[in-house]
Design a protein around this ligand. Sequence first.
Ligand code: FMN
Ligand code: SF4
Ligand code: FES
Length: 541
Amino acid sequence: MKTYRIHALVCAGTQCLAAGGNGFKDALVEELKQHGLTEEVLIVETGCMGSCQLGPRMVVYPEGIMYTRLSPEDAKEIVEEDFLRGRPVTRLLWKQDEKQFLTLNETPFFAKQTRIVLRNCGFINPEDITECIAQGGYESLARCITEMTPKDVIKIIKDSGLRGRGGAGFPTGLKWELANKQISDIKYIICNADEGDPGAYMNRSVLEGDPHSVLEGMAIAGYAVGAQKGFIYIRAEYPLAIKRLEIAIKQARMSGLLGKGILGTNFSFDVELRMGAGAFVCGEETALINSTEGKRGEPRKKPPYPVESGLFGKPTVINNVETLANVSIIIEKGADFFRQFGTDKSPGTKAFSLVGKVNIAGLIEVPLGTPLRTIVFDIGGGIPEGHTFKAAQTGGPSGGVIPAKHLDIPMDYENLPQLGAIMGSGGLIVMDETSCMVDVAKFFLKFTVDESCGKCVPCREGTRQMLNILEKITSGLGTMEDLDLLEKLGNVIKQTSLCGLGQTAPNPVLSTLRHFRDEYIAHVKDKVCPANVCSMKAKNN
Ligand SMILES: Cc1cc2nc3c(=O)[nH]c(=O)nc-3n(C[C@H](O)[C@H](O)[C@H](O)COP(=O)(O)O)c2cc1C
Ligand code: SF4
Ligand code: FES
């Protein structure tokens, strides 16, 4: 095998590409040619490394020197100084709080993280299966199908305590066990890669950076429940993830890791992609099934649950991307390894896309139960430009806000609901004092109104009425009765809607009413928006 003196890992994740990563890479290729270094330096295009805000990014091994905010003009200096003379280009290193960091692992952003799901993201070339195999990829699948029974596999996943990362936190092992018990000639595994929450991009990053971990998880799920076919339902707005998945599926088939008789055993499993048109409701599992069948993406009544009657009426396991990316590591290292991280009831780690008013926005992964304060201040570097933390929204339009007085809350499936928030799929939006909480609630509710499929009245009409009231309040025409009405309406919609979209749609309103009622009152009684965001017609007129 050819060896190189230097491996230059250039991030080819969506954010770095959008920031001009390709221009830098092309300039680097040119400089390597000019300096006769093409045989000594290998350029590896990786998925997202996290800290996307500092992109385009590159990490240079063997030392692991990390360069940030790269532009094509930087390529010459990096080649001449670092690659030829061994002197890091200090002006391009990561700087924070007057400190400069040479390598990725030294930064506070990485030091406080535990990367299980994102273990390979940013470290391997996602378009080359051999790099994934060199990191132990597909070893767990091989072990499952040659040494373990489906019941053994389910037992490890149950013992690990892995809970679905798509939002509800349902125990994955239990879901697989229920599907395993179904008697049917055909069963399906569906990977839910719809990811419609505003601000969330964890699933996209895993698929762009390490698609094989998801394919391996799907094949292991297929073996555990007795399914031979898997579908990945992915939104068409994720072209890079789709491209990398297509390459990964092809390479896995060619390597005998997908398809008929995997690794010479009698277990067969293959995967197909299904593109969604980007409707939030299509992430809901029964709507997703309808859409995969080629029907309108409208939710079905449950029960029956998909494990009993799912795709084409057959038992179907639907799991989130991150859930599936956890599977092979649990098989490889065991349930106890996984349980070392997180809490008793919420073991393992969780990936978040940390966005909004935070110094270092990006893709992070922390043990479940990590306090919000650690995420925002230690990892995210705090709030920019001397502003103060006001709240964080978790769970996107299905979730709620966590105010500053609860910054020490452990982020897990048990604690967040106590504040009226939820974990959701991992979108974490940080807000400072310049955000108006009524306006934030209006933003999420508007999203839900636009995305409601319209099938049932409480969601279709009720959320629209709630939005009208919020609009009244933010233009200074609201009354105190409106606040009570919002609460009543919200609770009725939650209880009577057909699917999870309507059942959670009022959450941002109810949660801001609970934690920031004074702001609503200021809009209603004083006709002012304390954050100066809403234009108060009533006062101005
Ligand atoms: C409106 C709505 C949107 C959803 N969107 C997603 C999504 O984008 N990805 C996802 O994995 N789960 C989503 N879910 C949850 C899924 O219905 C389902 O619970 C999940 O995919 C199961 O996988 P898990 O057990 O691995 O979490 C959504 C649910 C609702 C109600
Ligand atoms: S709750 Fe909303 S999204 Fe769900 S079925 Fe009813 S109208 Fe459609
Ligand atoms: S996309 Fe490059 S660091 Fe996230």
